[in-house]
Design a protein around this ligand. Structure first.
Ligand code: PLP
Length: 342
């Protein structure tokens, strides 16, 4: 029985367990032993960590008898695209309140949201913590109720964020079994941090299972102290929900905020270089918003000696590929030609 087996869950991932692969060429270049946990390959409309989160969130959605889902995030949100794909697979209505405007190019996740049949609306804010957001969600919910739907409002707060965190306790269990299979307990695992939910689940899972692998989070947006507090809260709420005695403190993990660059969603030169190197050496595609910055941090730490020759490191690839295409222009024009084509 898994730690999260008491929770309702809907099967959405096409491929579980996702593979834990060696990255031999990148390992050699960086002077570490590198593995990649392929959460980009969960499946369902380009996959990623959000599909695993949604297995648990939709467990509750269906348990409550809902037939429509409303969620909100930035215009290029992977969570919104994954939600639209899930709704399509389950035959439900999906409404997305995106922080953006009609003028935003119809590419990347926004293109996929429309293809997947979501009802896309725009809200006039760039701030995920804007106090008007709950009101807009409520309004959308009333609109759907008026047309005979029973909507579930997916706002990653409270109980919903706890369920999403539990999904990565499940991910930690999956990894622990894979570590046993390869006969190594890695020294560290690098993961990108947006809300901190994925990281919180992993930290809790490893601590509960007594796996000493240190989880290092690389922020894509917020300041490290702010994220650390949230990660502790998410993890401990999930621990209560799963009836685990384990509790998390800030010293159990590390969050880095020095690889964000000019801001959320703006690719850094280091991230572009990391995307290039990873693609060339491993045939592995990363994205400029999340995983590229995380890989830039990992590569920087290997080069500056923070990671030693004998260290085994896992890079959790959390997906986000549609943003690689949405930012094609930036990637082409801003890429320094430090590597010539083969
Ligand atoms: C591709 C990708 N990686 C990582 C993250 C960060 O996950 P979390 O919000 O659980 O910290 C996100 C969140 O949007 C994402 O889309």
């Amino acid at each position: 029985m898994s730690l999260s087996s008491s929770l309702p869950r809907v099967s959405l991932c096409d491929h579980l367990p996702t593979s834990l692969q060696e990255a031999p060429r990148l390992s050699k270049t960086l002077g570490i032993k590198l593995f990649v946990k392929r959460e980009d390959l969960t499946g369902l409309a380009t996959g990623g960590n959000k599909i695993r989160n949604l297995e648990f969130i939709f467990g509750e959605v269906l348990e409550r008898g809902c037939d429509a889902i409303i969620t909100t995030a930035g215009v290029h949100s992977n969570m919104c695209r994954a939600t639209a794909a899930t709704a399509a697979r389950l035959g439900m209505k999906c409404m997305l309140l995106l922080r953006g405007s009609k003028g935003d190019p119809e590419e990347g996740n926004l293109l996929l949201d429309r293809l997947l049949g979501a009802d896309v609306r725009f809200i006039p804010t760039k701030d995920p913590y804007d106090e008007r957001v709950p009101g807009w969600l409520e309004e959308a919910s009333r609109e759907l109720e008026a047309t005979g739907h029973r909507p579930y409002v997916l706002h990653l707060t409270g109980g919903t964020s706890t369920l999403a965190t539990c999904a990565y306790v499940d991910g930690a269990e999956e990894l622990a079994a894979q570590f046993a299979k390869i006969g190594t307990i890695p020294d560290s695992l690098y993961v990108t941090v947006g809300s901190g939910i994925t990281m919180a689940g992993l930290v809790l899972g490893f601590k509960h299972l007594e796996r000493p692998t240190r989880v290092v989070g690389v922020s894509a947006n917020s300041e490290a102290g702010f994220l650390a507090d949230r990660i502790v809260d998410y993890a401990n709420s999930a621990a209560s929900r799963l009836r685990l005695d384990t509790r998390i403190v800030a010293g159990d993990f590390e969050v880095l905020d020095d690889y964000v660059g000019p801001g959320y969603g703006v690719p850094t030169l280091e991230a572009i270089e990391a995307i290039r190197l990873t693609a060339r050496e491993e045939g592995l595609l990363l994205d400029p918003v999340y995983t590229g910055k995380c890989m830039a941090a990992l590569q920087d730490r290997a080069r500056n000696g923070h990671l030693g020759q004998d260290e085994t490191v896992v890079f959790l690839h959390s997906g986000g590929i549609p943003n690689l295409f949405a930012q094609a222009g930036t990637l082409k024009t801003r890429t320094p030609l430090t590597q010539q084509p083969r």
